[in-house]
Structure formats: structure tokens, C-alpha cells
Write a new protein. Structure first.
Length: 368
């Protein structure tokens, strides 16, 4: 199965894998989770979501009518009984685990809770997976920040050392250790015929796209400021990130899930999903591009003393996903920013059709 090759339409290829299948999606009310929920709905999957309640009335989950397109269970990942019941009653063919405490700066305020949700919550999910009485493919989503970041110019490969300076990054590295332990102890690829479970990991970071309203994130902060005709405030203008549109890694996760089901012994591994190595932009250039795309606005660099540490440079080596999965980015960073800012501009100027606009962005990307 190739997403961008000559073997066929990406949407149609993925539909073969997911149409009529049961998909358990954690974090379905969040930013990335809501986009994935809508994609799975368009692919014809039967979806059960498990997550905390959306935060605001403008959340993407409501824009896509999330309650109507899935069986939505509002519960905490740390509620073991609720999680077990939701998963075991459903008996899914696929699991996509996106539920997390995803914010670096918030992790400084709630470090222990961040570790509990991201590491122990993952263990709770894998415990429940052990009890499923049928074949199941599980794609667990972590982050690019799991790598022990030396802030060098070289892109990180899947075999590089894991680590984490801040509590969020460290909690996700811990989650990877949990995953690796369960994979070796209970879901060993060499014994697949005994347990019928296959697990893999998707690592992606600095994802942008419409519908993200998280605090202390660059694009949401820009969109809120421009939407209200206020000055854009940025903290780290020289920080370089591998920016990518949300649909890019989600396509990778779906492809990985499909291939994991087809060849569980081969694809039960970790994969990086990001833009091409030479396609990372500094924050300052991102802001200028966003303002240009919106066609108005201005920004200011805010100098804050003693602010929490945030990595200045981090790139991913995506050659493994390109070579083994047949996945590759479709948009460069500039196109990703333009597409994202287009969504927010539409939201503020013509909110009534933003649901249809979201669906059209998906269909255009997947050539549906």
C-alpha cells in the first residue's frame, strides 16, 4: 500500500483497511484526535472514543459533530475500571492511543500528573489490550520530544537515545519504555500467533492545523490574536521546529495501523513522522508567514526572564517511514502554515460552514 505512489488513491487504499472495522480511539475529543475521528468516519470505520470532555464550545470535536459520528465515552485514562469496560465491551480491531497531557509548559505546573497520565495511563491501556479476545493492532502516539535532545543539527533516528529535559518530554520517554516492556513481555512479535496483538509507535511533533485552541502554542496564539485583531506575542523567535500539518502524521498513523495488521511481525516498531529535514522554520518566520497569509496583523517578541526551558532545535529523520511504509509528506512547511491559517481565518469570518470546510480539507489532502 502506497500513499503517494502510483498504486492508487490514498483514501481508497485506507478505506480498504478501515471500512467496517472497529476502531478504539483515545483522546478523540482533542485536537489531533478530532481530526483522526473525522478521517476514520469518512473511511467508514465504527468508532468508539475515550477521552476527557472537550474544553470549549469551539473545540473541533463539536465542529465535526463528534458525538454523532462515534460512540463517545467521556472518562479519564486513569480510571482503570472505565477504561477496561469501554475497551473490552467494544472488542476493537484497531486501537489508536492519542490521549495525553500534551503541553510542555503545563507539565511544569503538574509534573506528577503528567507522568501519571502519559506513562501509567499507557500502561493501563496496554493492560486492557492483554484481555482483548481477538486480533488487534495498536498504534501508540508519543512525540518527537522523546529523544534526548542535544540540540544538534542532525535529525534524530528511531534508534537514538530517549530522554527528556522537561516533565512532558520525560513522561513520553517513560511511556516508550512502558510500551517496549509490554511489547517484549506480552506482545512479542515472535509469538504473535499466540497473543494476536501487534503494537507500534508513532512519533511526531509540532503539528499544526485548524481547531487547536491549546494555550502556549504558537499557531493557536497567533490565530487568537489575529482573529481578535490583537498583537501577536512570541517568546522564542529563533527556535526551529519541524512544522507539519496535522493531516500528515495522521495519514502516517493510519498507514502504519493498516500495515501492522497485514504484517504484524514486520511493522511492530517505532516510526518518525515529520517534514523533510530541510523544511524546518524558525518561529519568527512562521509568524511572519502566518500574518502574510491572514493579510493583516503585527507581532512583538516578548522577553521573559526565567521562563521554563523549551528546546531550541529538534529535527526528525523520517527515512524509515518513507522507505518501509511508503509514506512521505505531501506539504512543505509554508503550505502547512497557509492551510492552517486558512482554517482559522474561515472560522473567524464564516463560522457557519467551518465543519464542511474541515471535511473538504481532509478530502483534498487524501484525494477522496
Amino acid at each position: 500500500m502506497k500513499l503517494n505512489g502510483k498504486s492508487g488513491n490514498m483514501f481508497h487504499e485506507l478505506k480498504k483497511a478501515y471500512q467496517g472495522k472497529k476502531v478504539f480511539l483515545t483522546g478523540h475529543t482533542g485536537f489531533k484526535g478530532s481530526w483522526l475521528l473525522k478521517i476514520l468516519n469518512l473511511l467508514g470505520a465504527e468508532i468508539r472514543g475515550y477521552a476527557l470532555a472537550p474544553q470549549t464550545k469551539d473545540d473541533l470535536f463539536y465542529i465535526i459533530n463528534g458525538n454523532e459520528i462515534c460512540d463517545s465515552i467521556i472518562a479519564d485514562l486513569r480510571d482503570v475500571d472505565a477504561l477496561n469496560k469501554a475497551l473490552l465491551d467494544f472488542q476493537p480491531d484497531y486501537i489508536f492511543h492519542l490521549a495525553a497531557q500534551p503541553l510542555v509548559r503545563l507539565s511544569y505546573d503538574i509534573p506528577a500528573e503528567t507522568f501519571m497520565i502519559n506513562a501509567i495511563g499507557t500502561a493501563y491501556l496496554l493492560d486492557a489490550l492483554k484481555k482483548i479476545d481477538k486480533p488487534c493492532s495498536c498504534v501508540l502516539i508519543t512525540t518527537d520530544k522523546v529523544y534526548n535532545n542535544n540540540e544538534w543539527i542532525y535529525p534524530y533516528r528511531e534508534t537514538d537515545r530517549l530522554g527528556g529535559y522537561d516533565p512532558y518530554s520525560a513522561s513520553k520517554a517513560c511511556a516508550e519504555l512502558v510500551i517496549d516492556s509490554y511489547k517484549n513481555s506480552f506482545f512479542n512479535s515472535k509469538k504473535y500467533n499466540e497473543h494476536k496483538k501487534a503494537i507500534s509507535v508513532g512519533r511526531a511533533g509540532n503539528v499544526i492545523g485548524g481547531g487547536d485552541w491549546s494555550p502556549d502554542r504558537l499557531i493557536p496564539d497567533i490565530a487568537r490574536a489575529l482573529g481578535k485583531e490583537e498583537k501577536v506575542i512570541i517568546r522564542n523567535p529563533l527556535s526551529v521546529r519541524p512544522w507539519q500539518h496535522v493531516l500528515e502524521p495522521l495519514a502516517g498513523y493510519l498507514l502504519l495501523g493498516a500495515k501492522l495488521t497485514a504484517e504484524p511481525d514486520k511493522f511492530a516498531q517505532a516510526y518518525n513522522f515529520g517534514p523533510n529535514a530541510d523544511d524546518a522554520l524558525p518561529v519568527k518566520q512562521m509568524v511572519e508567514l502566518a500574518i502574510s497569509s491572514w493579510t493583516k496583523g503585527h507581532y512583538e517578541v516578548l522577553k521573559i526572564e526565567n521562563q521554563p526551558h523549551e528546546a531550541g532545535l529538534l529535527k526528525l529523520d523520517i527515512s524509515k517511514a518513507v522507505n518501509e511504509l511508503g509514506w512521505k509528506p505531501k506539504m512543505n512547511a509554508t503550505e502547512a502554515v497557509v492551510k492552517t491559517i486558512g482554517w482559522y481565518k474561515r472560522f473567524y469570518n464564516n463560522k457557519g460552514d467551518i465543519g464542511e470546510y474541515t471535511e473538504n480539507q481532509i478530502k483534498d489532502f487524501f484525494n477522496a
